[in-house]
Write a new protein. Structure first.
Length: 299
DNA sequence: TTTTCACCACTAAACCGTTA
DNA sequence: TAACGGTTTAGTGGTGAAAA
């Protein structure tokens, strides 16, 4: 759905990249690659775009950059876990599973080596975690339902007053706002009030968590309970690889969240005075017309 | 009453324009 | 020019209303 401007999402590219890695591992260790069809489909999907060739080139170049790193990790793991007997594209299929792994290599010992792969066009490290409101409420023990309901009620009332249309259905309200510039602007302004509130609540609630729960939250966002997981990031400045388990928060760590230069959409989590994670409160699909979520980035 | 389906929320990934 | 804030795509899964 694009209107003049370029398409922003890159889902197909991300999947394509994951499969390139998958295929590479298969090739290295003589495993049958069973996702040829998916790879072909994704490749077509990317090439269908007006700048498809460019998008392909980027992924292929990034892929070349990470090959040595992947091979080194696996050769190292093979010496401990045995030869590789299978490669699984976890990809989008197990979104609900407690791991951000994209590709799993299975060893003869039944142990795994898992990869979370991020291929980025320019700078940045990609989203570490994306939490819906439900998760936030659970981790930080609060309820934002009254506020969310009020945001939608406000929009409903505004639409009723300006257009005479009377509906409470969020899907309909959203469509009306998207079609009318003035309403959309109003919805954004309204939504930002609640977005800022949610951000403040999360910051406050995080800081009032007992130290142990702060650590548990950080361990959850980094996925560091998974001993077999590697994160591989490739962007315009090169390749970065780390093991989430190495980032496990320690009991002596001082963990504090702070607002950075007055931002009302995010906060920074400091560990022993070092800015380590950045949270950003926003919406899945446009401010004021969709559900809230919070993304966490590695600094 | 049971099954189906439409709608919405949640999660993941990453591009893009603006700004500091 | 890197970081930030906003936005988009896309898949899974839950829920309640409509259909059978």
């Amino acid at each position: 759905m694009k209107k003049g401007n370029k398409e922003k999402s890159n889902r197909a590219q991300a999947d394509y990249f994951e499969l390139l890695v998958c295929q590479y591992i298969c090739h290295l260790y003589k495993i049958t690659f069973s996702y040829s069809e998916d790879l072909a489909k994704l490749s077509n999907k990317i090439l269908d775009k007006e700048d498809g060739k460019e998008r392909m080139r980027l992924q292929n170049n990034n892929f070349i950059k990470i090959q040595p790193g992947i091979k080194k990790i696996l050769d190292d793991e093979i010496s401990r876990k045995g030869k590789i007997i299978n490669v699984v594209w976890t990809g989008r299929h197990f979104v609900i599973e407690q791991s951000t792994s994209d590709v799993d290599a299975e060893h003869s010992s039944n142990k795994k080596t898992r990869f979370s792969i991020k291929s980025i066009a320019k700078s940045g490290t990609g989203t570490l975690k994306n939490l819906g409101l439900g998760k936030l409420e659970k981790w930080f023990s609060f309820s934002f339902k009254n506020q969310t309901d009020k945001m939608w009620r406000d929009l409903k009332n505004y639409i009723r007053q300006t257009t005479g249309k009377n509906t409470s259905k969020r899907g309909e309200l959203k469509k009306i706002a998207q079609k009318n510039k003035k309403i959309l602007e109003w919805a954004k302004r309204n939504g930002k009030i609640f977005q800022a509130r949610l951000n403040s609540v999360c910051l406050e609630k995080f800081n009032s968590l007992p130290p142990k729960q702060k650590r548990e939250f950080l361990n959850f966002i980094t996925d560091c309970h998974d001993e077999d997981l590697y994160v591989v990031i490739v962007n315009n400045s090169g390749v970065a690889i780390y093991k989430p388990v190495d980032k496990t928060a320690k009991p002596k760590d001082r963990i504090i969240a702070k607002k950075e230069n007055g931002s009302d959409v995010g906060y920074t989590i400091y560990i022993n005075k070092i800015p380590t994670y950045r949270a950003q409160t926003n919406n899945t699909n446009g401010i004021g017309i969709s559900a809230f979520c919070q993304r966490i980035f590695l600094i």
